[in-house]
Design a protein around this ligand. Structure first.
Ligand SMILES: Cc1ncc(C[n+]2csc(CCOP(=O)(O)OP(=O)(O)O)c2C)c(N)n1
Ligand SMILES: [Mg+2]
Length: 553
């Protein structure tokens, strides 16, 4: 492991907080999403003293700060930071940290602590929590305590490297209330190099051979493929392989390419495939739901060597883009020119479009959204009826323009995540879609949108229910309804009471018009769409096994 380079003696006198801020800035991290409190006062003073070099975006709840950092990380692909107080502050942010972990998102959490000498003594200090370090160590792969100004910079550098090293993901640093303000002459560490693993040439050839001789390749892409869109596109063409994305990988292959498929066609193609090229995906749906057997060969490209669900025939470990570039170099030796599958896939896509008439009301709204959201606009998903349908039917043209919470699928992530995405990408419109259930998780952050002039446009589809839960109770529990009907605010007035723009739309055409006007106005906006119950999408999402053995069962 490379050691931190540092001058022999420290030359600048800084507080721990100031050294931390200087290191963030040295790593190009110029924004902190944050909610202050006494434990972090010295850190916030350092934020203040950084002046224009640092943007501090304060939220109204710690989950808002953490989701904003997550949204900014997902929209940009670059590391982002949030800072909160210990105990309740940390726990308030923890669902976002968990989601960042599940999504391998580069989010650095700066968490306060009680006085250093009191940690672990259960004396009842403000915001004390038992074994905060242990809690953090279970939430993220890299966590550490900053014990003084001299080591702050090195610890920040290590944590930031950990965001990208191996399987990427969040990291956390704690610092005690009486340590942030301590001063010393310190040496600032330089950013540490991230060393990608060497690409194993034997494995590469084995992968090329397997793919080259395969008759029907299916490429499956997840969040680990987001930075390998050109490579996946080329490989899809060379192999005439359809590319399946469910949530995270949408847009890696442009939906306008007929070989770009979502779950229902992926299910059919999984049954027919002899070889799967899995890029940056756990392959959960395929292996766990659709089944696998010996005749299915799997080439895995992943940042993580560990494949928990299956044993790949060939595993290539590291960043997808460089590995796939090498594969593209080697593949022609083993791969004949293939007959085009374009017409076949066009036909199958057309049939799927027919089948998706079953969820026509959702599809009509999605068409309106796609018409109005520019090609590089960012759609932020939610665990709601329009969201489930979007995963199947919203065309996505570019990676990082469809942000979906991955396997956590945690209700209520959307609005604050979208706010972070819009803050970090002011150059493109961001659209947050929500159900009325999920929206009220972070709707208070409308105040943040207004305070920081973040021109996010959000839509809330209001059916007066946790609709998904309600439909399951109707269909599978003899209509015995419990805990599913909601009392809603008037969403238009609610938005207006914050100083945001409130609009209302009832039909897809009205929504299109409201979106067009909102994207043009570029102001924090909430569009309420009153709706009734939607038809169930589940037959297109939970599909039966189509191959021999189901792994894990
Ligand atoms: C953190 C979390 N809590 C609970 C759930 C379970 N859940 C899934 S969908 C849903 C209801 C969603 O309601 P709403 O946002 O109004 O969307 P709708 O289904 O009505 O479109 C619930 C409670 C979840 N996915 N995540
Ligand atoms: Mg609802």
């Amino acid at each position: 492991m490379p050691r931190t380079k540092r001058p022999k003696t420290g030359t600048t006198e800084l507080s721990t907080g100031e050294a931390t801020v200087a290191s963030l800035l040295a790593h190009g991290m110029d924004t902190v999403y944050a909610l202050p409190g006494v434990h972090n006062d010295h850190l916030f003073d350092a934020f203040q003293r950084a002046g224009d070099r640092l943007r501090v975006v304060h939220s109204r709840h710690e989950q808002g700060a953490a989701y904003m950092a997550l949204g900014a990380a997902l929209a940009t692909g670059r590391p982002q930071t949030y800072a909160v107080v210990p105990g309740p502050g940390l726990l308030n942010s923890s669902a976002a940290l968990l989601t960042a972990y599940g999504m391998n998102a580069p989010v650095l959490a700066l968490i306060g602590q009680i006085p250093a000498g009191a940690i672990g003594k259960a004396q009842g200090h403000l915001h004390e929590i038992r074994d905060q370090a242990g809690i953090l160590a279970r939430l993220v792969d890299h966590s550490a305590m900053i014990d003084g100004p001299e080591e702050a910079s090195a610890k920040v550098a290590k944590a930031i490297r950990a965001l990208a090293n191996g399987r990427p993901g969040p990291a956390a640093l704690e610092c005690a209330i009486d340590v942030w303000g301590k001063r010393a002459k310190v040496a600032l560490s330089e950013p540490l190099p991230v060393r990608p693993p060497r690409i194993d040439e034997d494995d590469l050839r084995a992968a090329a051979k397997l793919l080259g001789k395969a008759k029907r390749v299916l490429i499956v892409v997840g969040g680990g493929a987001l930075d390998a869109s050109p490579e996946v596109t080329l490989l899809s063409d060379l192999l005439q392989a359809p590319v399946l994305a469910y949530r995270r990988g949408r847009g890696v292959l442009d939906s306008r390419n007929p070989l770009s498929v979502t779950l229902p066609l992926g299910h059919e193609l999984w049954a027919e495939a002899d070889t799967v090229l899995a890029v940056g995906t756990r392959l959960f749906t395929g292996i766990q739901q659709w089944g696998s057997d010996r005749s299915l060969k799997i080439v895995r490209v992943d940042a993580d060597r560990h494949a928990p669900l299956y044993t790949p025939n060939v595993a290539l470990t590291g960043d997808a883009a460089p590995i796939l570039r090498r594969l593209i170099d080697v593949l022609p030796r083993y791969n004949e020119r293939r007959a085009s599958r374009r017409d076949e896939l066009l036909g199958r896509q057309a049939k799927l479009t027919q089948r998706l008439q079953k969820i026509a009301p959702q599809v009509a709204f999605l068409k309106a959204i796609r018409r109005e959201l520019p090609e590089d606009g960012i759609y932020v998903d939610e665990v709601t009826q329009i969201g489930f349908a979007a995963r199947l039917a919203l065309p996505v043209y570019k990676p990082r323009t469809f942000l979906s919470p991955g396997f956590q699928d945690n209700l209520g992530w959307g609005y604050a995540t979208a706010l972070g995405a819009q803050h970090a990408r002011p150059d493109v419109p961001v659209l947050s879609i929500n159900g009325d259930g999920g929206f009220l998780y972070t709707a208070n952050e409308l105040a943040t949108a207004v305070r920081h002039r973040i021109p996010l446009v959000a839509v809330v589809f209001a059916d007066g229910a946790f609709g998904n839960v309600r439909r399951i109770q109707e269909e599978q529990y003899g209509n015995r309804l419990i805990a599913c009907d909601l009392a809603n605010p008037d969403f238009v007035k609610y938005a207006e009471s914050f100083g945001a723009v409130g609009r209302s739309a009832r039909t897809p055409d009205q929504l299109a018009k409201a979106l067009r006007e909102s994207f043009a106005a570029r102001e924090p906006t909430l569009i309420e769409v009153p709706v009734g119950p939607f038809p169930s999408p589940w037959e297109f999402i939970h599909m039966p096994p189509v191959r021999g053995r189901r792994a894990g069962s």
